[in-house]
Design a protein around this ligand. Structure first.
Ligand SMILES: Cc1ncc(C[n+]2csc(CCOP(=O)(O)OP(=O)(O)O)c2C)c(N)n1
Length: 1038
């Protein structure tokens, strides 16, 4: 009996009427007990009727008996008395001779039925069957819920009907229901008899269908399960590995009568549907031949989003950041975010000129930021819709990153004030891998936004593709299961059901701070866009859609029949909104110019002048006082906390760092330390994120120290620099480039006063994030007038590490630079270098010294505007003894060198120089070594281009003019069709007015970026070095 007592004492079950709150208070005790149950499983099995599966039931009986021996059947009473008196396993059970009166349940008429049980085995079995039945509904009920407003696919591609629950196409047909019930029970899956339907069963603690009742007749149990799980809402949650969370959801959907709305709420819902529907109708009337990706068929999206926002606002959220695709975007802007209608309507005027620089974007891609009062809660709320490209789902991680940043900057460590909402199409949600990558960020400490509400506009089609051809999972939402997010499928033709799940989703997010998915199962009334003919490819579906009454009409009829509104009131609501649209339309004609600036999703108040210009067009020195350099260097080479044991190898690294500081020099790691540390001093938040960045892929950084004796004890010296410094965040990311780079880009959007860096493990892997680079980083400002100062650190260099650990693909970044190769800019212009930076779409650098790396990082923040910065970073140079910079080159007055000219013997006698080699990055060290070996320091000058783009025409012209008798050659270690050659050559030629050829010394064209063979690598290296220093090499071409 000890085993039962132990179980009962510690796993005291909840009654259905107990709250989830009570449960969570006892949670820790419950967890302990689960382990102990297993220890006692052997004696339990000795009872004739006990098995692993029945033990739950017996425990419940035992708990009930402990509270009141009369509450259980006589036979149990005898059994528990005997076991308590010490009866050995197997002897406590006695078949009852007669069954006296007892009170098993609070349902009066149940008593006699239970008493009539002739056989305790049957009693146990039946209860177990009922328990399984309840569980079956909880797990599989959604498979038979009526989710599809069209009644065709039911949203669930798994067409098999679960054998263990009731299913019928028409739950309201009593005859069908009865028949199915009979099939399931009589001789069916559970072995229950027809007579059992009216027997009363004790309800397990894992259901709330009883409400205040702890037992119900089987027939009623099934009916209530049907109501909870198989109507217009399909709840998928039983995969969640947390009992408290499962109980919470069960309570929300099972409690009888829980889905109630006041008349006021119903009227609000109708009004919101009116707006949603009439907005699309208005656009259709005015611009019938324009694409707008209308919401027809899912008009319920607008009230759904508003409900999520209202409920979240009620729970304390005051900033919602949203991301969404094309479908319904204009409607969301108008009716959720409340963008002025005239601003939307004037986007349709093809004759309006754009006022802003840049290429602009389609109207259904632009972002938006708006602060207003939430009418329902009377609280302030800020809504931001992030601008996005056509590339579906690409904005997901961006939204997350921006949300994280907003939370970070307002100290919202638990996500109580700022939240994210992501909208998805069904095909994109299932098909795009970035969705999965983004989900995997959702619970990581440095990336979590403490729960995103995902809303899927599941119109059961992707452009022309049927879901049966578009995914292999039953639902488009299955991807969300990986993070244990509950998924609420809902038939969007039932607006009240939609409102209910949206409320629950918002509550879930504010209770558990985890992701949740609302799957709005709907249809698309038109083609993919308004110009498309859907009947070409979906004839049957669209025949059905033509017959489908719009949801507004349906719901209005319901409310009129319920007397909640009358017909004139409803019509009045419609004409009120139509009038609003008409008036805005008239005003929109007064707009003469389109301002993309009105569509900024992330304003940076105070950073620009009021008319959006930089506050100056200069950049101060990026150097630092010696004592600051020394202080940062000292902290970087120490362990700033007591009793902290670091690894012996790390001690040696720190010792070497200390020596560098003593010698007033920096290597790469120290240069980075000093750039970050000094910005922190100036109140600039620094965030470095990427795979293994804390230590650094090449084990050079060590920004997080690990105590060798205490698990998880770490120290970040960078956060021990100054008393009032800004925080430093350094975080190893998940193994995702697309997701994490998108996230950091979003993070960098929130504030200009942060240095946000993403480092690729090797630059080669940046192409996994190609979409973020191509769609956001490169053209972001041109499309959305939004600046972004994200920094990409891309380890790059041919070091014999094979084709996938060598190239960050500089050619691609350079090819996307917007400076003209053929036009020499006005080099006399004031602040030429800053103007160039201001005009460029991004900055591409390849530093050859740690000092220049230090300066370019600091310049990124000291510039009066923000541009993305791409840095090809070194690998072997991290430890190269010559790759060092003296403090002297980092003191006040020093700055980033766009070009590092030759400063050796060749520069002293430039007229005698035969060849001027231009290069960038690490190859410089190969060239100087080779030049020394060949003793050609007087004949060959080597000039380094540190800032590749924007191209330093001014400085390079000086260099070219300095060596009038020299041949010009570009030398790179990359293959000819890769690297920088194609970018540099035409610009160098423009610089010198095409007066001379620009020769090439480097690897030959190739398909792969690098050889996998070390020997070949070295041979290739020697071959191009030979060319670089063979003064006759190009004679044959000239
Ligand atoms: C990454 C990407 N691939 C392809 C497309 C082209 N495209 C535009 S809409 C669309 C269908 C999207 O279907 P779904 O996600 O269900 O959204 P819906 O349009 O039905 O609302 C496709 C394939 C795209 N925009 N983005």
């Amino acid at each position: 009996m000890f085993h039962l007592r132990t179980c009962a004492a510690k796993l005291r079950p909840l009654t259905a009427s107990q709250t989830v709150k009570t449960f969570s208070q006892n949670k820790s005790a419950a967890i302990r007990t689960f382990q102990q149950i297993r220890c006692y499983s052997a004696p339990v099995a000795a009872e004739p009727f006990l098995s692993g599966t029945s033990s739950n039931y017996v425990e419940e009986m035992y708990c009930a008996w402990l509270e009141n021996p009369k509450s259980v059947h006589k036979s149990w009473d005898v059994f528990f008395r005997n076991t308590n008196a010490g009866a050995p396993p197997g002897t406590a059970y006695q078949s009852p001779l007669s069954l006296g009166r007892s009170s098993l349940t609070t349902v009066a008429h149940a008593q006699s039925l239970v008493e009539a049980q002739p056989n305790i085995d049957k009693l146990v079995e039946d209860h177990l069957a009922v328990q399984s039945l309840i569980r079956a509904y909880q797990i599989r009920g959604h498979h038979v819920a009526q989710l599809d407003p069209l009644g065709i696919l039911d949203a669930d591609l798994d067409s098999s009907v679960p054998a263990d629950i009731i299913s019928s196409t028409d739950k309201l047909d009593l005859a069908v229901f009865k028949e199915r019930l009979r099939m399931l029970t009589v001789g069916g899956f559970y072995g229950l008899d027809e007579s059992d339907l009216d027997k009363v069963f004790h309800l397990p603690t894992t259901t709330f269908i009883g409400g205040q009742e702890s037992a119900l007749p089987l027939r009623e149990i099934i009916r209530r399960l049907e109501m909870a799980y198989c109507q217009h809402i399909g709840v998928e949650f039983m995969f969640i590995n947390d009992l408290e969370q499962c109980q919470w959801i069960r309570q929300k959907f099972e409690t009888p009568g829980i889905m109630q709305f006041t008349n006021e709420e119903k009227r609000t819902l109708l009004a919101r549907l009116v707006r949603s529907t009439r907005f699309e109708e208005f656009l259709q009337r005015k611009w019938s031949s324009e694409k707008r990706f209308g919401l027809e068929g899912c008009e319920v999206l607008i009230p759904a989003l508003k409900t999520i926002i209202d409920k979240s606002s009620e729970n304390g959220v005051d900033y919602v950041i949203m991301g969404m695709p094309h479908r319904g975007r204009l409607n969301v802007l108008a009716n959720v975010i409340r963008k002025e209608l005239e601003q939307i309507f004037c986007q349709f005027d093809s004759k309006l000129e754009a006022a802003d620089e840049g290429s602009g974007d389609m109207k259904y891609h632009l972002g938006m930021y708006h602060r207003r009062i939430n009418r329902v809660t009377d609280r302030n709320i800020t809504l931001s819709l992030v601008a996005n490209p056509s590339h579906l789902e690409a904005a997901d991680p961006v939204v997350m990153g921006k949300t994280k940043a907003e939370q970070f900057y307002c100290g919202d460590t638990e996500g109580k004030k700022v939240m994210s909402i992501l909208l998805h199409g069904d095909a994109a949600f299932a098909g795009q891998g970035i969705v999965y990558e983004t989900f995997h960020l959702s619970d990581l400490p440095s990336y979590t936004t403490h729960g995103t509400v995902h809303v899927v506009v599941n119109n059961q089609i992707g452009f022309t593709t049927d879901p049966r051809m578009a995914r292999s999972s039953p639902y488009p939402t299955d991807v969300a299961r990986v993070v244990n997010a509950p998924i609420f499928h809902v038939n969007s033709d039932d607006p009240e059901a939609v409102m209910y799940v949206c409320k629950v989703a918002a509550e879930w997010r504010s209770t558990f701070h985890k992701d949740v998915v609302v799957d709005l199962v709907c249809y698309r009334r038109n083609g993919h866009n308004e110009m498309d003919e859907p009947m070409f490819t979906q004839p049957l579906m669209y025949k059905q859609i033509r017959k489908q009454k719009p949801v507004l009409q349906k719901y209005a009829e319901v409310l009129v029949s319920q007397g909640v509104v009358n017909q004139p009131e409803y019509e009045e609501e419609i004409s009120k909104y139509d009038k609003i649209c008409e008036e805005a339309f008239t005003r929109s004609k007064d707009e003469k110019i389109l301002h993309i600036k009105h569509w900024l999703d992330s304003p940076w108040p105070g950073f620009f002048t009021l008319d959006g210009q930089p506050r100056s067009m200069s950049c101060p020195s990026t150097g630092l006082e010696e004592d600051i350099l020394a202080h940062i260097g000292n902290v970087a080479s120490s362990v700033p906390v007591e009793n902290f044991t670091i690894h012996g190898g790390l001690s040696r690294i720190l010792k070497t760092r200390k020596e560098l500081v003593t010698n007033r020099t920096v290597d790469w790691a120290l240069a980075e330390y000093m750039a970050f540390g000094s910005l922190l001093k100036e109140g600039i938040h620094v965030r470095l994120s990427g795979q293994d960045v804390e230590r650094g892929t090449f084990s050079h950084r060590h920004h997080v120290l690990h105590d060798q004796n205490v698990d998880k004890r770490t120290c970040i010296p960078m956060n021990h620099l100054w008393p009032n410094q800004a925080p430093y965040t350094v975080c190893n990311s998940s193994l995702s480039e697309y997701g994490v780079l998108g996230f950091e880009l979003g993070f960098a959007m929130a504030s200009p006063n942060a240095l946000v860096l993403w480092e690729a493990q090797f630059g080669d892997f940046n192409n996994m994030a190609q979409c973020i680079i191509d769609q956001f980083i490169c053209p972001g400002q041109a499309k959305w007038v939004r600046q972004n100062g994200i920094v990409l650190l891309l380890p790059h260099g041919m070091e014999g590490m094979g084709p996938e650990h060598s190239s960050a693909r500089p050619e691609r970044f350079l090819q996307m630079c917007n400076d003209d190769p053929d036009v020499l800019p006005d080099l006399q212009e004031d602040n030429f270098d800053i103007n160039q930076l201001y005009d460029c779409n991004w900055i591409v650098v390849n530093c050859s010294t740690p000092g220049n790396f230090f300066h370019v990082l600091r310049r990124q923040i000291l510039l009066p505007f923000r541009k993305p910065l791409i840095i090809f970073t070194p690998k072997s140079l991290l430890r190269h003894p010559e790759a060092r910079t003296s403090f002297d080159e980092m003191l006040p007055g020093t700055h980033f060198h766009r070009v590092i000219p030759e400063d050796g013997p060749a520069a002293q006698n430039p007229d005698t120089v035969k060849r001027l080699l231009f290069c960038t990055g690490k190859v410089y060290y190969d060239l100087t070594r080779e030049r020394k070996a060949r003793d050609m320091a007087e004949q060959v000058a080597i000039t380094r281009i540190e800032q590749l783009s924007p191209f330093p025409f001014d400085l390079l012209l000086k260099e070219a003019q300095k060596y009038p008798n020299a041949e010009l050659a570009w030398c790179q270690e990359e293959h000819k069709n890769q690297g920088y050659y194609d970018y540099v050559k035409p610009r160098l030629r423009t610089t010198i007015d095409r007066a001379k050829p620009v020769w090439y010394a480097g690897r030959e064209p190739a398909a792969a970026p690098a050889t996998g063979n070390k020997k070949t690598h070295l041979t290739e290296l020697q071959r191009f070095l030979d060319t670089a220093f063979d003064l006759d090499a190009f004679k044959k071409f000239s």
